[in-house]
Structure formats: structure tokens, C-alpha cells
Design a protein around this ligand. Sequence first.
Ligand code: ABN
Length: 170
Amino acid sequence: MKMLDKLFEKSARSIAQTSSRRGLLKSLGAVLVGGAAIPLLPVARASDSPQYPQDVGDPSSCDYWRYCAVDGFLCECCGGSYNSCPPGTEMSPITWIGTCRNPVDGRNYVISYNDCCGKTQCGSCLCQRDEGDRPIYRSDKSNDVNWCLGATSSVYHCSTAVVVGVAFEK
Ligand code: ABN
């Protein structure tokens, strides 16, 4: 025990001789100010959750902003949602792409209208807004296409509206 006491006394004396109270306060201040600045570094901001578009409106209504270029039955009314397929159906891997303005933030979002395939037509909430649609002879610019032709089953059930990005503003 005596040996421990001696050791601590020795190290305390040596610290007291080589440091000052002002020096200790200086280092403490630096630690406090440095610590407070850490959340301002880019690494902290990069870890923030991604910004999803804010939403208004009813996804089961054809007026909902994401449906501006849709042509089909809304999956929201068919047991799925605006961005997921109803159980027992498969999302088409190829799609029609539109650009819709979000009324909340005024920005244009790129929307992918993937069809859900594998069950007969849903029959509820038919919605045809067709913004940017061109006649079927311009098949690359027409939304009147059964995208299930690229899926395992070519039987069309309903359409989703998945936000895939923000459009560049000119
Ligand atoms: N993309 C909706 C759709 C499906 C079948 C036929 C026409 C349009």
C-alpha cells in the first residue's frame, strides 16, 4: 500500500511541477470548444437521413400529385400502395417514366410507373392523367403500354408511382 501511495505522490508532484492551472484550463477549454464543433463537420451531416419528398394528398385519388402521368388502375385501391404491388403480384422491371411537380416544395420529381403483374385487372380506381404521353406509335413516349410484357407474367393488374429521383431544374 505504501508503495502505491509513494507512486501516486511522485506522479502528482511531477505533474504539478510540469503544468500550471492556466495550462489545464486552456486544454479543458480546447476540448470543450472542439467537442461542440464536431456535429458541424460534414461527416455528421452526411449521416442525416435522406430527404424524401414531403407529401400531401390522398394516394387513392387520381388527383394525387405522383399520378400526373399515370394510365391504369391505382395499386393503392387494389391491396397494394402507390409504391408497392399487391400480394401475389410482381412489379414489372421495365416502366414508363414521368415527371410530376410536388405541390408542397414546388420541385419536379421523376416518377416510375411500374405495373404490377400476375393477376387479372384490378378494376378499381382507373386513373388516366397522361401528362407527357404521346400516341402509341411513339412507343418510347407512350404510357399506354402493358409493362408486364417484361415480367414473368404478362397479365396486368395495377400501376404504381415510385419516386426515383429529383428532376434537374433548368
Ligand atoms: N401501363 C398500364 C397499362 C397496362 C396495360 C395496358 C395499357 C396500359
